[in-house]
Design a protein around this ligand. Sequence first.
Ligand SMILES: [Zn+2]
Length: 139
Amino acid sequence: MCLMGQLNLVSLICRTFKIIRLKNLPPMDSSDIALLKTFTHYFLHFVFPVFIALIFYRDHWKKVYLILLATMLVDLDHLFANPIFDPDRASVGFHFLHSYYAIAVYFLMLFFKGNIRIIGIGLLFHMLTDLQDFYLWNH
Ligand SMILES: [Zn+2]
């Protein structure tokens, strides 16, 4: 799930950089890790697509970026789940637009041209973001 809790972006960024800057790193406590996880999640959803757009579609990167952002609508399938968000449940393989059948369709979209391919890229990248969110972090 991609909209977790309220988020104070400024304090998030400040705390994240404070974590990185320290020379004698104290062990990160679970709230630091949760913060870093949230930061990574939103970075991958909102900032990284800018680089995809700039690198692969430099001429009309703004339009491509908006399409990539719009693929986040795929999370609307969470509304059909109960509870809508469960931190102990991977969204990939659970919600119907995050199912492996759907992912196969998103992969096939890469073989089309134009907007369909861009949407396919956005959806596959969304699945990667959700996967790392669940599998790369302790929870
Ligand atoms: Zn998702």
